[in-house]
Every structure is written in C-alpha cells, then in structure tokens.
Design a protein around this ligand. Structure first.
Ligand SMILES: Cc1cc2nc3c(=O)[nH]c(=O)nc-3n(C[C@H](O)[C@H](O)[C@H](O)COP(=O)(O)O)c2cc1C
Length: 186
C-alpha cells in the first residue's frame, strides 16, 4: 500500500489573476493519489524581523507549524527582476528561524517557475535553489520546470488550455512523487 505524502505548496505571487497560482491549481489536480497538495498562504506574513525570534507573531507560528506538518514542499514562483519575489523570500526566511529550528530542514522539494516571458523565470528558479541548498531541502533536479509564455496557456477562467503543458506538468508532479519517496523514510 502506498503512503500519502503531504505537500505544502508555496505560490510566489499574490496577484488575483496569477499564472503561478493557476499552475499550482493544475498541479493539485494532476497530482497522483500518493501526493496530497495544499497551498500554504504567505501573503499575510509580516516581514521577517529577527527581534521576533523569542516571541514570534501568531502568523509566523501558524506558518512554521504548517510547513513542519508537511512531508515535502513545492515552490511555484514568478520571477521578479531576475530573482525570487520578496513575498516568497520572506516566507522562506520566516520558516527558517529561529536558528536551529528551521521548518524546511530535510523536506524534499521542487521548484517550478512560471512567466509570461520567454525564459520561464529561470533566474528566480535558480536563485531559489541557492537558498534551498543552505536550508537542506533536497530540490528535485529533473525535470527542470521553466514555464514560459504563460499568458497564452490559460483561458479567462484560469483553466489550462495547452495540452503539451498539461502533459509536462503531469510528468513533473509524478516525478516529484518519486523524488519524495527517495528522500522520506517509509
Ligand atoms: C516587480 C516585477 C518584476 C518582474 N520581473 C520579471 C523578470 O525578471 N522576469 C520575468 O520573466 N518577468 C518579470 N516580471 C513579469 C512577471 O513575470 C509577470 O508579472 C507574471 O505575470 C507574474 O506572475 P503571476 O502571473 O503569477 O503574478 C516582473 C513583474 C513585476 C511586477
């Protein structure tokens, strides 16, 4: 019998019509039964301040608990100025502290970047991987996922209309299920 793994999905855009959120929802729908994906919201997290390490604000506590309760983490992010949007970097920093109590430690991860541009958020994808190395999150190396031209992939309701992208995302999330099994105890 296969084990169900809980995956915390972090979306790096707060925009209502976000292509990244649309992509995250498609991944939730395409995930195999052994992965249970849930978006963990990051928009209400106060900016990380190390002064709060001893008495953390409730949103920090709730966020850290949600990440700790997950078996794995999936980042779906746009690229802002060739890097990770501040809102996502803030969530990563909040989850990483207090020192020695990081919520991210040893959770298998994957990164997918989505952009209307031609290079699919490659810069953000790899800047994020740099933080994941330090946070001891083994990030799935393949398949790499840089979703370009996102403006032409969804209809007005946010449904994915591109069958090639659907096939790619299905393969990506199946590969992630296999990746989590390599890194999690049975
Ligand atoms: C501050 C800012 C910086 C951006 N920088 C980049 C960038 O470096 N590369 C890129 O491909 N798109 C860039 N964009 C465009 C975003 O890819 C685009 O707004 C995209 O729709 C954001 O993702 P979302 O649809 O999930 O909100 C930038 C957008 C903003 C607001």
């Amino acid at each position: 019998m296969s084990i169900t793994r809980k995956v915390a999905v972090l979306v790096g855009s707060l925009r209502k019509g976000s292509f990244n959120r649309m992509t995250a929802k498609v991944l939730i729908a395409l995930a195999p039964p052994e992965l249970q994906l849930e978006i963990v919201e990051i928009g209400d997290l106060p900016l990380y301040n190390q002064d709060h390490d001893d008495a953390p604000p409730p949103p920090y506590v709730a966020f850290r608990e949600k990440i700790k309760a997950a078996d794995a983490v999936l980042f779906v992010t746009p690229e802002y100025n060739r890097s990770v949007p501040g809102v996502l970097k803030n969530a990563i920093d909040v989850g990483s502290r207090p020192y020695g109590h990081s919520a991210w430690d040893r959770k298998p991860g994957a990164v997918i970047s989505v952009s209307p541009g031609a290079i699919g958020g490659f810069g953000a994808n790899h800047h994020l991987r740099q933080s994941l190395v330090f946070l001891n999150v083994p990030a799935m190396p393949q398949p790499e996922a840089y979703i370009a031209g996102a403006g032409a992939l969804f209809d007005k309701e946010g449904s994915l209309t591109n069958e090639g992208t659907r096939k790619f995302l299905k393969n990506f999330i199946a590969a992630f299920a296999a990746w989590t099994e390599v890194h999690l105890p049975r």
